[in-house]
Design a binder for this molecule. Structure first.
Ligand SMILES: [Mn+2]
Length: 285
């Protein structure tokens, strides 16, 4: 039996406050410690590992040290870009870490005669075959899905995983913050596991024979995520066990910190008063 971990939307570098930045990094560290403990064969990151294409280098250093430590134990990383860590004009930190041999990007392929032909990356240890499409800002990935040569990918035999970063129309959360999505029919059929990113809340379906999984953000990338956490939203990542097909998918919860939720009514108050009252409340909390 083999296993892999599926993490997404970690957003290292998110937030301006060092305390929150450190919690983002702590979530990543804790998750990888669990991956090692549980002896997973490889780790998938389905985009937005970093919050920007050039994040704070101190935080990058922390993340790289951890990735290196895990990789030295023989655990490979397979990754696509997210909408945050991709830049159309600049080299992204993901590219640099890929060049340094820390990651394998699974988006290798060529565009020819209006078709996108993807190449499978084969995991040496398990024989799993991985390919995927990166997220892009403004949903440019939609075009890649439209021209994707699915037949070739569907014909391939073996244990296959598809990695992508974007919402699937049929499963878009009700309060989706983005209009862009790709229909389920644009994914190549017959894969054992579809590793999704971009949706920040955990989601797993086996409908229509698809193991379609979004682990959601590991911790948070913005205040809305934090508020949800305080209200009990579970955060973490998936560990899937497999041989020639998936036998079990487990959501591993990651408690990063405790929360205190304080509701405050700012109606009819000016910003200076709100500011001062909030500072008072925070002092007492
Ligand atoms: Mn994200």
């Amino acid at each position: 039996m083999h296993s892999f971990a599926h993490l997404s939307d970690i957003h290292i570098g998110a937030f301006r406050q060092p305390a929150l930045q450190n919690l983002v990094l702590k979530a990543f560290d804790d998750a990888l410690d669990i991956c090692v403990e549980r002896g997973v064969d490889f780790v998938i990151v389905s985009g937005d590992l970093f919050d920007s294409n050039i994040p704070d280098m101190g935080l990058v250093n922390g993340a790289v040290r951890k990735i290196r430590e895990v990789k030295d134990k023989g655990i490979q990383f397979y990754i696509v870009y997210g909408s945050h860590d991709f830049s159309p004009t600049q080299t992204s930190i993901v590219d640099i870490l890929k060049s340094a041999g820390l990651f394998t990007k699974v988006t290798k392929g060529k565009e020819e005669n209006g078709k996108l032909e993807l190449e499978f990356q084969i995991d040496e240890k398990t024989g799993a075959k991985l390919c995927g499409i990166s997220g892009r800002r403004l949903g440019i990935e939609k075009r890649y899905f439209e021209i994707l040569d699915r037949e070739n990918l569907e014909r391939e035999e073996g244990f296959r995983i598809f990695i992508f970063h974007g919402a699937v129309t049929e499963y878009k959360p009700r309060q989706a913050f983005e209009a862009e999505s790709i229909p389920l029919s644009s994914l190549p059929k017959g894969f054992a596991y579809y590793a999704g990113g971009h949706i920040h809340d955990e989601f797993l379906t086996k409908e229509h024979g698809y193991n379609l999984a979004y682990p959601g953000t590991l911790f948070a990338s913005e205040y809305r995520d934090l508020e949800k956490n305080a209200r009990g939203q579970k955060r973490g990542f998936f560990i899937a066990t497999f041989s020639d097909k998936i036998s079990h998918i487990e959501f591993v919860k990651l408690p990063v910190c405790d929360y205190q939720l304080i509701e405050y009514d700012a109606n009819g108050k000016n910003s200076a008063r709100v500011h001062n009252e909030l500072l008072e409340i925070a002092k007492d909390a």
